[in-house]
Design a protein around this ligand. Structure first.
Ligand code: HXC
Length: 260
């Protein structure tokens, strides 16, 4: 691949993106952001690609945070003017509507934990360590740590993590709903790729609709969310893939999706 900070490969319908700055524990700098947006736009545009996995290179880290060395001498005027971190929470999260999984192989701290939480779900190695240690640097999370983490694990655990800056292991992360699955370290990436391949085998529009509907639960009242879910169901009812999926079930055969 032509990226400086990422390795991007296609495995059938799954795009595997590996954060590749192992010397800095895959710390997230502006170049990583720029390239992740580029990689996700390419993933979105390529109809052959249906699900992505993001992981970290090396055995130690998914990503140890935003790049502290890059931020160290930036002041408020500069950060406010550039709307620092908005590239992560806005441009990156909007670069693709397709599902993606964070395969967390080690440290996911600060921005690393926040990036993992931008994924549709997290599969964690038993070595994974999650945390929002920004308070120890005299700041606070900047790309969703105080917001996404609180919605996912609740106020008490989010306060504990943000205020003490402590790290949380994979089992605790699964127990509190941050990680969907915990897997033995050596098997973690294979399991994430397998989950991605399963998703990639589903009707593409149904994958997008399921993702949008679950995401809507975080944005709306129950009443509005139920209506949104119903409307998406009604939209999918008109697709070729719905007719094919239901016919295949009745005829006891595998469905062949067209994406229409
Ligand atoms: C830049 C980083 C980095 C980071 C690690 N490195 N984390 N560089 N930004 N976030 C670099 C180290 O400087 C070092 O480079 C190399 O990676 C290896 O790290 P070590 O510290 O030597 O490894 P180890 O002793 O095993 O400790 C691992 C660690 C520690 C516990 C994960 O690296 C650590 O605490 N990192 C910082 C975690 C953090 O605070 N993240 C939040 C960042 S703020 P050299 O060149 O010295 O060998 C954030 C949100 C932004 O993400 C909001 C604020 C405005």
């Amino acid at each position: 691949s032509d990226y400086e900070t990422l390795l991007v490969e296609q495995r059938d319908a799954v795009t595997l993106v590996t954060l590749n700055r192992p010397h800095a524990l895959n710390a997230l700098n502006s170049k990583v952001l720029e390239e992740l947006i580029q990689a996700f736009r390419a993933f979105e545009a390529d109809d052959s690609q249906r699900c992505a996995v993001v992981t970290g290179s090396g055995d130690k880290a998914f990503a140890a945070g935003a790049d502290i060395k890059e931020m160290a001498d930036k002041g408020s005027a500069e950060m406010y003017k550039a709307d620092w971190f908005s590239g992560w929470t806005e441009d990156f999260t909007r670069a693709s509507r397709k599902p993606w999984i964070a395969a967390v192989n080690g440290f996911a701290l600060g921005g690393g934990c926040e990036l993992a939480m931008m994924a549709d779900f997290i599969i964690a190695s038993e070595n994974a360590k999650f945390g929002q240690p920004e308070i120890k640097l005299g700041v606070l999370p900047g790309m969703g740590g105080s917001q996404r983490l609180t919605r996912i694990v609740g106020k008490s655990k989010a306060m504990d993590l943000c205020l003490t800056g402590r790290m949380m292991g994979a089992e605790e992360a699964e127990r509190c709903g941050l990680a969907a699955r915990v897997v033995a370290h050596e098997k973690m990436l294979d399991e994430a790729l397998e989950a991605a391949a399963t998703i990639a085998g589903m009707a593409p529009l149904a994958a997008i609709a399921n993702k949008e509907a679950v995401d809507a639960a975080y944005e709306t009242t129950l009443d509005a969310g139920l209506k949104y879910e119903r409307r998406l169901f009604q939209v999918l009812a008109g697709t070729e893939d719905k007719a094919e999926g239901m016919a295949a079930f009745v005829e006891k055969r595998e469905a062949k999706w067209t994406g229409r």
